[in-house]
Design a protein around this ligand. Structure first.
Ligand code: PEP
Length: 252
């Protein structure tokens, strides 16, 4: 498995061209931490401009349609994102699963479309608070993996999994380190079952209220290969503090 941590900012529905200066500042910072892979997933409207502006950080998108083209008003295909300069796409974020009714099958189709278009894909999974309280968190997450992960030749080499407990997203709450560790180990075992030997190559990110203060502890957990960051990715100051934490002990 690659040991290079992957820190990805999900800007959600935030950002106009005025925010490109913040992205450039993130990019300049990312260049100082070559041991860390840094990505930003802005809204569709900024993908091209950001892909043209950034050098050290990679640009992704937050969603794609499963079809390459057609009568799908308002949607954007993975092929279009690749053409716009994206290198990866997020599929199955819990906000899309909840607000747009995306099932595991839909997420899988989107993930496979992303791979077919030459992109990498970050597939998001995570339990609700009610599911965790009912003791079903691992069952829910491993079920989502079984239903959402793309299949096909070399799929495992271009997939990243993001474990994002729904109740931790944007709330300032994070699971205990023990719970993060247990879930990431369960995900690794499921990846091995789904992809065989290839499963070891899949990075597993943690997401959910990661910030400058908690990043180092979360990123030190076994099987945590990076972070998917929402709110704290919107400013270079906050996001680069997480990138710095991912780079390990610093001399700065
Ligand atoms: C996210 O939306 O993927 C996320 C993790 O958000 P936040 O960091 O704000 O909790």
């Amino acid at each position: 498995m690659s040991t290079q941590p992957f820190i990805v900012g999900n800007w959600k529905m935030n950002g106009t061209r005025a925010m490109l200066s913040e992205a450039r500042a993130i990019d300049r910072g990312a260049a100082r931490y070559p041991a860390v892979r840094v990505g930003i997933a802005p809204p569709f409207t900024l993908v091209t401009a950001m892909a043209e502006a950034l050098q050290a950080a990679q640009v992704g998108a937050q969603d794609c349609h499963a079809e390459a083209s057609g009568a799908y008003t308002g949607d954007v295909s993975a092929a279009m994102l690749a053409d716009a300069g994206a290198q990866f796409v997020i599929a199955g974020h819990s906000e899309r699963r909840a607000m747009h009714g995306e099932s595991d099958a839909v997420v899988k189709a989107k993930a496979e479309a992303a791979l077919a278009a030459g992109l990498e894909v970050i597939v998001c999974v995570g339990e609700t608070e009610a599911e965790r309280d009912a003791g079903k968190a691992e069952k829910v997450v491993t079920g989502q993996l079984a239903g959402s992960l793309p299949q096909g030749e070399d799929a495992a080499a271009r997939v990243t999994v993001a474990y994002e407990p729904v109740w931790a997203i944007g709330t300032g709450r994070v699971p205990s380190i023990e719970d993060v560790s247990a879930m990431h180990c369960a995900i690794r075992a499921k990846l091995d079952a789904i992809y065989g030997e290839g499963g070891a190559a899949v990075r597993i990110l943690y997401g959910g209220s990661v910030n400058a203060k908690n990043a180092a502890e979360l990123l030190a957990v076994d099987e945590v290969g990076g972070a998917l960051v929402g709110g704290a990715s919107l400013t270079a100051e906050n996001f680069l503090a997480i990138v710095m934490a991912a780079s390990g002990p610093s001399t700065e």
